[in-house]
Design a protein around this ligand. Structure first.
Ligand code: ZN
Length: 100
C-alpha cells in the first residue's frame, strides 16, 4: 500500500471548528476560539481558554511534508483548509445578516 496525503471534501460543523481550531503560523499557533497567539506547536489544549484543539489550520502555504510533520504531533486532529473555513464562515455570517 502506498499512502499519500490528499485533500477530501467533508461536511463539518462550523461552530465545532470555531471552538476547537488551532491556526498554525510560522513558528507558533493561534487559538481561533479566544484568539490567544504565541501558542507552542505541541500544545493540545489552549493555555488560555482550555479548549481542546481538534482541528488544525495553517496560515502559511502547506504541502504534504508539512502535513506529515503535524500529523505526528496531532494524530487525532482533522486538518482543514483554513481558506475554505474562512470562506464558509463569511458565507454563514452573510446568511445570518440576511435572515435577521
Ligand atoms: Zn483559546
Amino acid at each position: 500500500m502506498v499512502k499519500f496525503f490528499l485533500r477530501v471534501w467533508e461536511e463539518l460543523d462550523l461552530e465545532e471548528i470555531k471552538n476547537h481550531l488551532l491556526v498554525i503560523g510560522e513558528l507558533t499557533g493561534e487559538c481561533f476560539s479566544c484568539r490567544k497567539v504565541g501558542i507552542k506547536i505541541e500544545e493540545k489544549i489552549c493555555p488560555q481558554c482550555k479548549k481542546e484543539f481538534k482541528y488544525i489550520g495553517f496560515r502559511r502555504k502547506i504541502n504534504s511534508s508539512l502535513i506529515a510533520k503535524f500529523r505526528k504531533i496531532y494524530p487525532e486532529a482533522k486538518f482543514i483548509d483554513f481558506e475554505d473555513f474562512k470562506k464558509a464562515l463569511s458565507k454563514k455570517e452573510a446568511k445570518e445578516i440576511l435572515n435577521f
